[in-house]
Design a protein around this ligand. Structure first.
Ligand code: MN
Length: 326
């Protein structure tokens, strides 16, 4: 079955240095295993996509990119160059690649303007935000100009993991828990819950946030979030439950969680319109992800939604519908 994938990464020599070193869970040697495939946006990537039936990959800068840059002007310039580079590669393969904007959120208004440029002039489908920006989280009121623009443009924002800005003592001596194993999940789920509990989605109700990794554990925890939130919010009637906000404003992708148990939980908790196939290239294997999806114990209609129909609606890809669906 044809597929659309939404968490597929690239990098450039200018941005690669942000991905490893001090403050990062990744070492230079670890990054080197992926560097060639991150820099390549062409035939090798297309061959991997073809093996998995991935018709379209929405590409984004690998975490954290310029969001770790302390120099605001440099972050703005490098984000723009990254987006222009991606646009030039998409231009060469317009049927196979699309883009999520890389944004200099150090300056929320500059990020909003760059998002507008990327969507209106470069045809990008939304933005990939790699977690906090030098310790600032998206529920802070300084980001309101950014959310206003996101809502006005009607594009989704994908919230991707990053390393925490300060590492809790809890992780001392347990390097294996840092990064994608666990600390990224805690970081990203907490960031998403900050938005839920801070009322960001109440102020910007038409925003859609995408979470990878089967929703960073949130689908599994809706009942508990509701139960504790009811207790804390006693006396404030009318406050929507966390589960209501999550089901309305958040959709999830399957990146890096090729587990039918997790998939069935996400489908059951969020609904079949809100779970989307993705891979996390080059960190995950396109064929493993495709086999996981196609062997899932769900109906053909549900599989179509998972693999491409939900993505076509979310990314407003209506014009692509005329092309053959496998
Ligand atoms: Mn990723």
């Amino acid at each position: 079955m044809k597929k659309i994938a939404l968490e597929e990464h690239f990098s450039t020599p200018e941005l690669a240095g942000y991905a490893y070193g001090p403050g990062s869970s990744m070492e230079r040697e670890g990054f080197a295993r992926f560097e060639r495939r991150l820099f390549e946006i062409g035939e090798e990537r297309l061959a991997a996509m073809d093996q998995a039936g991935i018709e379209l990959a929405v590409l984004s800068v690998t975490t954290p990119g310029v969001q770790r840059e302390p120099d605001v002007a440099l972050a703005i310039a490098r984000a723009r160059r990254a987006n222009d580079h991606l646009a030039s590669r998409i231009h060469k393969y317009p049927q196979r690649f699309a883009g999520f904007a890389h944004l200099p959120l150090q300056d929320p208004l500059a990020a909003a303007d760059e998002l507008t440029r990327c969507v209106r002039e470069l045809g990008f489908k939304g933005a990939m935000v790699n977690g906090h920006t030098n310790g600032h989280y998206l529920d802070e009121r300084r980001f309101d100009p950014f959310w206003e623009r996101v809502e006005a443009l009607g594009v989704p924002v994908y919230l991707h993991p990053c390393d925490p800005c300060d590492t809790p003592r809890m992780y001392d001596g347990h390097r294996e828990l840092l990064g994608a194993t666990w600390s990224w999940t805690v970081e990203t789920a907490t960031h998403a819950l900050r938005l839920v509990f801070a009322g960001t989605f109440a102020r910007f109700p038409r925003v859609t946030l995408i979470l990878g990794h089967m929703g960073e554990t949130l689908p599994y925890l809706l009942w508990r979030l509701d139960s504790r939130s009811r207790m804390l919010a006693a006396g404030e009637p009318g406050t929507p439950l966390p589960s209501e906000i999550i089901r309305r404003n958040i959709v999830v992708t399957t990146t890096g969680v090729c587990s039918h148990a997790s998939l069935l939980c996400a489908l059951s908790a969020l609904g079949e319109e809100r779970v989307l196939f993705s891979v996390d290239y080059p960190y995950e294997d396109c064929r493993v992800a495709a086999e996981f999806a196609e062997s899932a114990p769900i109906s053909t209609a549900q599989l179509r939604k998972l693999c491409y129909e939900n993505a076509e609606r979310l990314l407003a890809l209506g014009a692509r519908d005329s092309r053959a669906a496998a």
